[in-house]
Design a protein around this ligand. Sequence first.
Ligand SMILES: [Zn+2]
Length: 431
Amino acid sequence: MIIRNVTVIGGQEAAPITGAEVVVTDGRFSAIRPATDAARPAPGGTPVLDARGGYLVPGLWESHTHLGGHAWFKPENERAKYVSQLLTDFLSAGVTNVVDLGGPLEMELAARDYRDKATDVAAGLFFAGPVFTGVKGWPVLDDPARAPIAYQTDNADVAYRQALELADQVDFIKCIYDGEPGAADKLPLDALKGIVAAAHEKGKKVLVHVHERIDLEEAVASGADGIEHAFRPEDPGSTAEALDVAALLAETNTYYCPTLVTWEQIAHNGEAGYLQQLIDDGFATHDDIPQITSRPIYGHQFPRHSAQDSRIRFDYAMRTLALMHDAGVKITAGSDVAMLMPSPPVALMRELHLLAKAGLPLPAVLAAGTRHAAEKIGQQATTPGTITVGAIADALLLDADPYVDIAHLVDRSHHIGTLRAGRPSWEMASS
Ligand SMILES: [Zn+2]
């Protein structure tokens, strides 16, 4: 298949290529030619799309979600099918890969099995399976029904062995490192170190959920590959902590996924002004509002994370993320479980919008939603989140330049269609 006369924004540092020709063979990008070389006739029968005026960018990545959270209210035997449906929804929104940061292993394996047998097209799925946490730690707390989503551990040797075994079945490992130091519900630091060592022995990355700055620093010192969630600063009035943290993350090449959209909505859950803001920014319509306000979570306190705490984290991240980017931090775009968004894919679009609003340059926003997400979980060899020769052909075709306005990337009215492993969502004509 050939896509002609398109501007390729490959997702790397290189400048966009205008008037390019992109060739896809067996599900991968096999050639990306500049305009000067692109005039040759296509071999007879090759499907060709003339994409004049279009912009081809890497398919988007949701770099932090919990599909099991969305599927939680479905009967157990329907969850794999429901997750598959969510992956189809993601793809129609321009998201070609979804990274699940924690859920029941059985459900994740069943979902993968379901997708392997399915003939329709959906976003790719990468998952952590159960997370490691302390005894009755977040997100299990006192709810025995939540036990399958975590290994609750107080012993470094046990955690190390569990991580070795789990690493063979999942794409990466996720730890929760959140709570008072020494408290039973916090993962012990030596257990965190053991889990990282086990995962790295198996060639798998480790992503660590943090709360305080000290959690982040200890996670990095333990060898974490990615930090999940904007940390809460001790002094929100100063940018100094962000700069210190940025220097640490940049020096250790640790990815940073702030999950802004989740802190934004925990901070503002129940406020009419927040819903109006979503409408004004194009992420919800008036018709979505009754549905959102009737959800059981609407207007209720979120467990463990208070509105006030979330507001501090959100405001501080919005104020300092551009500084952190300038200091060399690789930021990734993930929304977590944003329960008030009209749909899971819209949560990622809001996250990308917020990253732009925080002052990240638009090429950095695109990297956060593509390449950095792939690198964070070690997928750069085959599914790198870039348009490069040899990569799995995941892409999003836009009708306007995403480096001019973030809306050109996140507003579906600008999406012409997607390529997922070389399969286009648009009709192709033959040459
Ligand atoms: Zn999460």
